[in-house]
Ligand binder design. Sequence first.
Ligand code: DOR
Ligand code: ZN
Ligand code: ZN
Length: 423
Amino acid sequence: QELDAGGKYVLPGLIDSHVHFRTPGYEHKENWESASKAAVAGGITTVLDMPNTDPYTDTTERIRQKDKLIHGHSLVDYGFHIGVVPGKLHPLDGLQQEHAASIKLFLTGHRTARNVIDLDADLETIFRLAAQRQIPLTLHAEDDAVLHLYRRVHRTPNDLASYELIAPRSGAIAAVSRVLRLVRKYGTSIHVLHVSSEEEVDLLETAARAGYPVSFETTAHQLWFDLESAASLGTKTKLSPAIRGKRDRARLWEAVRSGALTSVGSDHAPHALKEKAVDFSEAPPGLPGVQELLPVLLTGLGRHLPELSRDERLSKVVSLLADGPANRFRLNHLKGSLRPGLDADIVIVDDEQVWEVGAKDLYSFCGWSPYEGLPLTGVPLVTIRRGQIVFDRGQFGKFDGRTLSYAPTPVATFEQVSGSPFH
Ligand code: DOR
Ligand code: ZN
Ligand code: ZN
């Protein structure tokens, strides 16, 4: 079959390393087939799914079961983050690096997140095991209430030592400071999820510069919205962590510009409209966005980093949505940049086409988008996964996506982080 990509950009298939596709247990919100359609329509060929399903994906047996349910129903290739539940760490005993892309921890959480790990002893065990097994940790680290309190009391400090001093009182910062000590102790590699605040970016950048094996992502919606623009959307933009202010958003874009940010996830976390149609305090946090990830990032790049050329914008997309996550999660079969010998994951993008987002264009089962009515610029036309066309302007290919495997994540040595201001 011939494809004409004249005048278009050819990019590596995109990787979304943070999705909640809701299988099993929450199929009234989303199902794997529809979510994977939304993904390939968004130029994504690979996803890493989060463990907050029902049952919680917290054992290798449950990963196997989830894999079995998805097999034959996925347009994208897929991998899993494994969860841990407080007081039930024994499933980690048998965990090997080939089982999971990462171990996902909630260090803080919305009141509906039952699985916050906050005992020092549990954290020590998890950090030690992850390092031993050469598996990275992914962390949900922010606490909205405490961050607000912290902001009233403190200015933003810029060095790790002062973070450590204020750590016991500071929410997001407290959680991250606390784990940095464990990173230094065990050499565990960590990736902090959906970073949303200026303070957290400052802290993580400083730690990375000091040689800590830390990286971080933000999400498309945190790059797009701020408190003001999200306000009119009500519960649709209720999230954990929350959408923050303009200054935070500017700091996130600065991390995109500088290259400090490793990846942008969609954090595709759909809820039924009916579930969102309640009081703000009662609404579940989370929104869909896997199909909109590339268009939102491309449009945002044009708006927030106008000094970048067209090629530079596309290079940022490749680094944040392909190379960054591929390298971070050491995805085997060389998912990421286009190089000879790879498995032909390709997306053809028209970076000038305008998409006025409408409910009728969405493939997610939840059927809504926080971007509805907006014009976004930059649309995937054709998505090829392992040499097969899985999306071509509204037509879909075979649901034969495969499970990924992962290479070991090296453990940092004490020397590598000995430049630490904690001394
Ligand atoms: O906003 C969120 N939604 N934050 C989470 O931590 C969970 C997620 C979901 O699964 O709905
Ligand atoms: Zn989270
Ligand atoms: Zn998430």
